[in-house]
Design a protein around this ligand. Structure first.
Ligand code: HAM
Length: 431
């Protein structure tokens, strides 16, 4: 039976249009009360990226569909079932970006960024779109910050991609995370290993989950990082790519682990880590948080040395990472980190109409001096204005009326201590 909702108070029913529109499933409003935390994260991202000498890139939120299907891989979950794809009025197939790497590389190629410098280091912050089943930490419009370094093959860059998010987390007070790394090989060693893996998986085919069975031929590596217990049991003891890497990949991976060791950065080699995007070569990594539930991946990334060429550019080494902002905010909330915006430095309470006009002019003068100032716009009583000053956590309140205007002086009240000091209305100094 449908649950009946009864209104506790007798309110006039709202006009129908007010009730009609709801945000789309899997999207969230970021409300003024949430914004301080978002801004703190964004500020930290920008500061750390700046310290590592990455420069910001902003690409459009929609692109040609083929850009994503070509780079992320036709058979991945993202491309096969999660993209927001539509045909526009010019009959072009358009997709809302599900991630930032493909767009960044498209911009890099299109704008010849490689010509200006042998190594291009860029970062981005912005919304991404995937039509996944919404749950805690999984949205349809979510936000990532990420970075890409194009033009370098040094393992130091792979490690830098792990250091960037970890430094951002550390700056925000998040220390409990786990870093998993793996090598997914390259075009020389992976195809050979894939054939071997397919043959081995066929031997245990009947014991695999239907989802993994479907992947044996098309994407056998993904079977290895299936979370299903059934698949884990069936593939126990199966040969892993770590033991079939070519010399170059082995050497690169050693370079990465040695650097991590020398930085004393705790990490775990997970030979089953593959990740859900097909463009990776050599290093792949994931950072998870113990504070999160099933959607515990905070960040992920890796090397993609073939992708620029695949998208029509010159052969260019590349490596990057991306991290979910909503998931980071969930961790910050669990850790009870609070971010509050301080209230306005000054609130001018006006006693009458003339003072109200004076307050409005004075406020704009104070703002020009960089002092955040608020006044009453709702023609409230003095008591209500004082209450509002308290509600918005104003640091100082100045009450002005006929008397103050005539004298040219007033009293500035420190809202925290309650102390009052006299001020010249033509020269108000705060603090
Ligand atoms: P990804 O692992 O697909 O990698 O996403 C990176 C992070 O974005 C995840 O670890 C997670 O925190 C967040 N995320 C992904 N999907 C959702 C969702 N539906 N809701 C909330 N958060 C989500 C990439 O996107 C690659 N472009 C990373 C990369 C950059 N590799 C090389 N360069």
């Amino acid at each position: 039976m449908k649950k009946q909702h009864t209104l506790k108070v007798d309110l006039p029913s709202p006009p129908p249009f007010l009730m009609k529109f709801r945000s789309i499933k899997g999207t969230k409003d970021i409300l003024p009360a949430d914004v301080a935390a978002w801004q703190a994260v964004e500020r930290t991202v920008r500061r750390v990226m700046h310290d590592f000498h990455y420069r910001e890139i902003r690409t459009p939120v929609f692109e040609q569909t083929a850009l994503f299907s070509r780079s992320i891989g036709e058979l991945t979950d993202i491309v096969s079932k999660e993209m927001y794809t539509f045909t526009d009025r010019s009959s072009d197939s358009i997709t809302l970006r599900p991630e930032g790497t493909a767009s960044t590389l498209r911009a890099y190629i299109q704008n010849n960024l490689g010509e200006a410098s042998p190594l291009t280091k860029v970062y981005y912050i912005g919304p991404m779109f995937r039509q996944e089943r919404p749950q805690a930490g999984r949205l349809r419009q979510f936000h990532q910050f990420g970075a890409e370094a194009l033009g370098g093959q040094s393992p130091a860059l792979d490690v830098e991609m792990m250091l960037l998010p970890l430094e951002i987390y550390r700056s925000l007070g998040v220390e409990a995370f786990s870093l998993k790394i793996n090598s997914v090989g390259c075009e020389k060693c992976r195809p050979r290993y894939k054939e071997l893996l397919k043959a081995e998986l066929m031997k245990v085919y009947g014991r695999l989950s239907p989802e993994s069975q479907a992947r044996v031929q098309s994407n056998p590596l993904r079977v290895l990082d299936s979370k299903e217990e059934q698949d884990r049991a069936a593939t126990r003891g199966i040969p892993l790519l770590q033991d079939h890497l070519c010399e170059e990949c082995k050497k690169h991976f050693q370079g990465v682990t040695q650097l991590l060791d020398s930085l004393q950065l705790k990490h775990e080699v997970d030979p089953r880590l593959v990740r859900g995007l097909d463009y990776y070569t050599k290093t792949a990594f994931e950072i998870t948080s113990t504070a999160l539930g099933s959607q515990d991946a905070l960040a992920g990334g890796g090397r993609y040395d073939l992708l620029v060429e695949e998208l029509g550019g010159k052969p260019t080494f590349g490596v990057g990472f991306a991290a979910g902002i909503e998931r980071l905010l969930m961790v910050l909330e669990k850790l009870e980190k609070s971010f509050v915006e301080p209230g306005p430095a000054l609130y001018i309470v006006a006693l009458d109409e003339r003072s109200r006009k004076w307050a409005f002019t004075k406020a704009s003068e104070m703002r020009k001096k960089g002092i955040q100032t608020e006044v009453d716009y709702l023609e409230r009583s003095v008591k209500a204005q004082m209450r509002d000053a308290n509600r918005v956590s104003a640091q100082y309140v100045l009450v002005v009326g006929e008397q103050e205007l005539a004298a040219g002086t007033g009293k500035l009240k420190n809202m925290q201590s309650g102390a009052e000091v006299g001020v010249d209305l033509n020269d108000i100094r705060i603090g």
